[in-house]
Structures are given as structure tokens and as C-alpha cells.
Design a protein around this ligand. Structure first.
Ligand SMILES: [Cu+2]
Length: 175
């Protein structure tokens, strides 16, 4: 855990969580004053924990991102989509991994991932993950990856995750 604590602080920066009842398109202009109260730490209702992007080789076209989402609010939230700068990749998709006749396959979760009030959902190797498609220059170990997570209540959360090699399990899976 201590490995992650340094970067954890930057994961909890959230925007827009205080405009929960507003549809995505209605905007900031009429409610600008509301943005002033509430510090990020109090308004953050979903925490991103233990997040990282797996380092790739320079010419890789796809990459995977893992984290745990903790919904600290008292209402269910659904992660609907993830966006990434076009400087980094053409698209970010929410994937899950399913076994079909002993073959692992990835599927896009187009309806998002629901995190019930007070619950945690893990995105991890071999399960749900964020897949980056069309990487422009790979993900270099030691760098950062910025993503924006979008929820069904129209809130968005910007996160910056470290790029690193697989966390402590590069060779073996223990069963
Ligand atoms: Cu995938």
C-alpha cells in the first residue's frame, strides 16, 4: 500500500460532483457560484485508489489501466465512460474479461460499471479494466497518464495515474 500512498493524493481531485442533479449539458454558467463552496476533498464522492497504467513498449497500440473505485456517497453511481487526451490515445474504453471455452476475451461494457453506494469496484488484470486504443507513442514507465472519468450523474473526475510495470506480479500468478 505504501507504494501507492504518494500518488493517492492526486487521485481524489474531482470536479463537478456538486452539480449532481444537473444534466450534462446544462451548465456551469448559471451555477457558477456553487463551484466556490466545497473543497475537493469534501465533494469527492468516488475515490480512485491504487490506480496505474501498465507500461507498454514504444510501438504498442493498446494499453490497460487498473484502479479501484470507492463510492463514498450514499447513492449508486455508474462509471459511464472514460476519456483520454488525443495526444495519448484515440480512445479509452471500459472493458471486462470473460472466459469463453477456455479462451479469455475482452468485451466493452457500453452500459458502464455500477458502483453501489458505499461499495468498491476493482478494475484489475484479468477482469475489468480501462483499455486505451490507438496509443500514439506507447506508455512509458515512470510517466503519468491523465484520464477523465464520467459518471451517470454528469459528474466528471480527472485523475492522473502513474505508468508502471505490473505491480509485483510480473512473472507469476499465485493460485
Ligand atoms: Cu481490454
Amino acid at each position: 500500500m505504501s507504494l501507492f500512498s504518494k500518488s493517492l493524493k492526486s487521485f481524489v481531485i474531482a470536479t463537478g460532483l456538486f452539480s449532481l442533479s444537473l444534466p450534462a449539458t446544462s451548465s456551469v454558467h448559471e451555477h457558477k457560484h456553487e463551484n466556490h463552496h466545497g473543497h475537493a476533498s469534501e465533494q469527492t464522492k468516488v475515490m480512485v485508489m491504487n490506480g496505474y497504467a501498465r507500461a507498454t513498449f514504444a510501438l504498442a497500440k493498446t494499453g490497460a489501466v487498473y484502479f479501484t473505485l470507492h463510492n463514498t456517497s450514499d447513492s449508486d453511481k455508474t462509471l459511464m465512460s472514460v476519456s483520454v487526451s488525443s495526444d495519448v490515445a484515440s480512445e479509452a474504453q471500459i472493458h471486462t474479461t470473460v472466459m469463453e471455452e477456455d479462451v479469455m476475451k475482452m468485451r466493452e461494457l457500453t452500459n458502464g460499471v455500477k458502483i453501489q453506494a458505499g461499495e468498491m469496484v476493482s478494475f484489475e488484470s484479468g477482469g475489468r479494466h480501462i483499455m486505451l486504443m490507438g496509443l500514439t507513442k506507447g506508455l512509458k514507465e515512470g510517466g503519468d497518464l491523465a484520464l477523465t472519468l464520467k459518471f451517470d450523474d454528469a459528474s466528471e473526475m480527472k485523475v492522473k495515474l502513474p505508468i508502471k510495470k505490473e505491480a509485483g506480479e510480473s512473472h507469476h500468478h499465485h493460485h
